[in-house]
Design a protein around this ligand. Structure first.
Ligand SMILES: [Zn+2]
Length: 149
């Protein structure tokens, strides 16, 4: 890449609480803040619990399992860093713990995405020192039908 800045992938800010979140990702761990007072999970990282207002929390491991809560298919990139990737599908993943995170399902063609698709976290180093949580299908394509009924 020679036109460095304009076409570079935008990266998340990594100061403060967000920095701790991404440091865990670098270690291959998905961790969310969990309120020490009431047990509520929080994401995005922030100072106070939205449920009870407590500043106390621990970085608590997530199971990494969840489902596609919603998604959209982007066919015209809004940033040059994504131009070569269209079509792609930003997806909101709802983890088992109840928190929702904006990410994407990798190794899944956009036409195969669906609401409630079971997914599991994977980690991708997208720049030196920057690792993002992404998701992949929790079951192989075509093998996900549940018995019964
Ligand atoms: Zn709380």
């Amino acid at each position: 890449m020679t036109a460095a800045d304009a076409s570079a992938l935008p990266l998340p800010g990594r100061d403060g609480f967000a920095g701790a979140f991404y440091e865990a990702c670098r270690s291959g761990e998905l961790r969310f803040q969990r309120c020490s007072a009431c047990g509520a999970w929080r994401h995005v990282p922030r100072a106070l619990c939205a449920a009870c207002g407590s500043p106390a929390f621990t970085w608590t491991p997530s199971s990494g399992r969840g489902r596609v809560f919603t998604y959209t298919i982007v066919t015209r990139a809004m940033h040059p860093g994504f131009a070569a990737r269209v079509p792609y599908a930003p997806a909101v993943i709802e983890l088992e713990e109840g928190v929702r995170i904006l990410s994407e399902v990798v190794d899944c063609p956009v036409e195969e995405l669906r609401i409630d698709l079971p997914v599991v976290v994977v980690f991708q180093e997208v720049a030196e020192g920057v690792t993002l949580p992404k998701f992949r299908r929790a079951v192989p394509a075509g093998a996900g039908r549940e018995a019964g009924g």
